[in-house]
Design a protein around this ligand. Structure first.
Ligand SMILES: *Cc1c(COP(=O)(O)O)cnc(C)c1O
Length: 409
């Protein structure tokens, strides 16, 4: 498709874009439980206005834009403080979880090379439930990935200890993992890391900005962050349960000395010395500004209130689906829940829910339904339960052939 010779006026373009969006999921109506975190119109407005205020500014230039540097420093400081980081801890805003994980792995690798003289093919040891971002980063850096089967859906610390060797640059626990929404035994992983001198990364991409508040609200959240002494680094996404605009995550290190291994510094080209902490060159000022604005707009009280709605929705849905004969995977404490059924095909249930406008995710092992809940879901939890009850009836009827007969009679 060639570029149009002449430009089109903005009003027409806007109308066309809105028309195209008509085919997208209607996430504002609450029937989408993946991809989008819907904290309501007040937060959306702050994201949008803060983003546009700094949309053209570039986080690559802290001297030109001290405003962005200060906002980044404050966002990172808030993240570190929420996640019990000690004095002297450090971090950066990245473009997302994949970026944070990639940069933490780069830091761990360079640390292993410089501090421990690591050579040859290095590896990471991760639970089977860890996010594919680790494999992507490993692919780029030619690092071997050792995915270790989970035990009761959680990281198997003993097996991970056996899999780790002198070439292991990092072991990983998730808080929580995306498929099950369960927090790995970070305390035990921390002990393993300390005993063996291993770099433990906690992937709190989806949990880092909900778990601290769920705990303040009285949730049964085990120690999962820098409070665990063996934790060297963490990834925590602002654009997930931080309710910030997309394109924002934090990568955090126990000390500035560890963070130093992440930083890229290049002088050998005609443009002068270029120092970049993260994978990006140009860094969107809007994403940094929106993160700063949303965090200050909500504050601890705001996050606690929003996350209370999330965990209430999760509890309500858990009880409801259990009453329908589903089995919740493990004991989820945050915003993700997965559930399976011993007799009914969950994929078929998913299909029926899709017919009713629900766009949600799935798990493969066990075959189950997956929900990543937002505050808004509390308002539609009853609708979801009514629809899944209907879906189960439909699937059951189909299993006996009755539905097919009814359709063709
Ligand atoms: C979302 C997620 C990631 C990846 O983050 P992106 O922002 O999508 O790149 C990594 N780990 C976990 C546990 C996640 O939920």
């Amino acid at each position: 498709m060639p570029m149009p010779e002449k430009g089109t006026d903005w009003e027409s373009l806007k109308q066309e874009m809105l028309a195209r969006a008509g085919n997208d999921v209607k996430w504002r109506e609450g029937k989408t439980a993946v991809y989008v975190f819907n904290a309501g119109p007040d937060v959306e407005r702050v994201q949008k206005e803060a983003y546009t205020l700094f949309m053209s500014e570039n986080g690559l230039g802290p001297m030109a834009f001290p405003s962005l540097k200060k906002m980044e420093d404050e966002v990172v400081a808030m993240g570190l403080s929420l996640l019990h980081a000690p004095e002297g801890a450090a971090g950066n805003i990245t473009s997302g979880g994949t970026d944070s994980i990639t940069m933490a792995m780069k830091a761990a690798r360079d640390y292993a090379r410089s501090a421990k003289g690591a050579k040859g093919t290095l590896n990471i040891v991760i639970p089977w439930s860890a996010h594919p971002a680790f494999d992507k980063a490993a692919k780029v850096m030619e690092i071997e990935v050792r995915r270790i089967p989970v035990r009761d859906y959680l990281a198997d610390v003993e097996a991970m200890g056996k899999a780790a060797d002198g070439k292991t640059i990092m072991i990983v626990g998730s808080a929580p993992c995306f498929p099950y929404g369960l927090i790995d035994p970070i305390g035990e992983l921390g002990k393993l890391a300390e005993a063996r001198g291993l770099w433990l990364h906690v992937d709190a991409c989806v949990g880092g900005y909900i778990a601290p508040f769920a705990r303040m609200n009285g949730g049964d959240v085990p120690p999962f962050d820098f409070e665990v002494r063996g934790v060297s680094s963490m990834s925590a996404d602002l654009h997930k349960y931080g309710y910030c605009a997309k394109g924002a995550s934090t990568v955090l290190f126990r000390s500035e000395a560890l963070r130093t291994h992440m930083i890229f510094d290049c002088d050998d080209w005609p443009g002068g010395r270029m120092i970049t902490p993260t994978l990006a060159g140009t860094r969107p000022g809007g994403a940094i500004a929106a993160a700063w604005a949303v965090m200050n707009f909500l504050g601890v009280e705001g996050y606690r209130a929003k996350h209370k709605q999330v965990t209430d929705a999760r509890e309500k849905i858990a009880a409801g689906v259990e009453a329908l004969g589903f089995r919740v995977v493990g004991n989820p404490q945050l915003g993700i829940i997965a559930f399976t059924h011993d007799e009914i095909d969950c994929m078929a249930v998913w299909g029926k829910l899709f017919e009713r406008g629900w766009f949600t995710s799935l798990t493969t092992v066990p075959a189950g339904l997956h929900l990543m809940l937002s505050p808004f879901h509390l308002q539609v939890a009853d609708t979801y339960l009514a629809d899944i009850a209907w879906a189960v009836e439909q699937v059951k009827a189909g299993m006996t052939g009755a539905a097919r007969e009814a359709r063709y009679s």
